[in-house]
Design a binder for this molecule. Structure first.
Ligand code: FES
Length: 153
């Protein structure tokens, strides 16, 4: 996938790259690049934000929401933290791996899904929880997981 530098410039025109906006801005850039941040995009960001490239890399490598390797169209994250683990998140993770035929951190062969683990996503009262793109699903069971996945297939 080639990087649409014009789109990145448009994003910078919409969001000023001051500290408070940088997170939102990087999410928009990642979305525009197909769920990951190629080096060419990061170089453009560094140029537009007048930041050293290593600082941009430092920022994106700090947050698990950003990736510098290609990912699928949909990002599925299962919560691995305490309350979710107690309520069966590992069973959900194993089912996800089986259903998608992919390991944690991997992307399906058709490029549709990337499976990742995450720390708490703030839905502990509805553990176990997963997140698909921006959508959070709580009280996930093996049965409901299959129904949820169907929406994205
Ligand atoms: S521990 Fe899983 S959502 Fe909080």
């Amino acid at each position: 996938m080639s990087v649409n530098l014009e789109k990145i410039r448009e994003i910078f025109a919409d969001y000023s790259p001051e500290k408070g906006n940088f997170m939102v801005l990087m999410h928009e850039v990642q979305k525009a690049c197909g769920n990951w941040l190629p080096e060419e995009a990061l170089k453009e960001v560094a140029k537009l934000a007048k930041m050293p490239l290593n600082k941009v890399y430092g920022f994106v490598s700090f947050y698990t929401m950003f990736s510098t390797t290609p990912r699928g169209k949909h990002i599925i994250r299962f919560c691995k933290d305490g309350p979710c683990a107690v309520k069966g998140s590992l069973v959900i993770a194993e089912l996800l791996m089986k259903e998608l035929d992919v390991e944690i951190g991997g992307t399906t062969e058709d490029g549709k899904f990337t499976l990742e683990e995450t720390a708490c996503i703030g839905t502990c009262t509805a553990a176990p929880a997963i997140m698909i793109d921006e959508e959070i699903y709580g009280n996930v069971t093996p049965e409901s997981l299959i129904t949820i996945l169907k929406k994205y297939r």
